[in-house]
Design a binder for this molecule. Sequence first.
Ligand SMILES: C[C@@H](N)C(=O)N[C@H](C)C(=O)O
Ligand SMILES: [Zn+2]
Length: 252
Amino acid sequence: MDNNFKKTPIPIPKAPWDWVKSHEPIITETHEPLINAEFFPEKILSSPEYYIQQLPGSILPIMMRKSVYLKIVEATKLLPDGYKFVLLDSWRSNETQLSLFNSLKEQLRADNPKLSEAELLTRTRTTVAPPSSDPLKPSPHNTGGSVDLTIVNQFGIPLEFGTPFDDCTKKARATYYEEKLEADEKLTDLEILYMENRRLLYHIMTNSGFTHYFDEWWHFDYGNQNWAWVSGHDKAIYGPTKPVFVWNDPIG
Ligand SMILES: C[C@@H](N)C(=O)N[C@H](C)C(=O)O
Ligand SMILES: [Zn+2]
């Protein structure tokens, strides 16, 4: 696919992410089912990171709302020849969300013993959305409308984005390198590579109907409150949901 994505900057956000405002859109649930997103290996691979790490409440299949999946299938048409998406996480249980949140908060507390409780919460919420069992304010991944993903090249080698998945430093912000450029800092060749790969992923996904969570280069949304807030839709179409397992429900 010949496009100019790598040369087109990602817009720099004007204000910090606001978890109160992002939960303001009302939800008119469509009851669209969650589906398993792992059956198109020609273009979409999966590496269910939280199941691999055996986090509480994690499940093996990567599940998402059907329209989210179909949009990702459309997005594969914008990938360079031979490249594929790798899905890292999509629908997430509240148990996993809570476990992620508490682990990161405690890790940050141990690394920064002088941080106040309020500062700890702010730092934690930059990387992990607030856990929630309020049906009017669900955590984004619990709706099946969020997806964390990366890209591999034609040899199955992951593109480099400058940080690992779930890095909790400011380097994970999608515009980290764009902001350096804007501040007249010179980028190294490697930093230019990371910036261009972030641009590629960002433009492929946003041109396919997703909005972006700007503090993480890997996180995109469709249909949930994040998406409604960022895109200016008056309502979200996905609230909290869960997959159906007939014989043995691992979520409970
Ligand atoms: C934890 C990380 N992969 C992620 O998805 N973060 C966002 C903010 C979330 O938890 O919704
Ligand atoms: Zn995410």
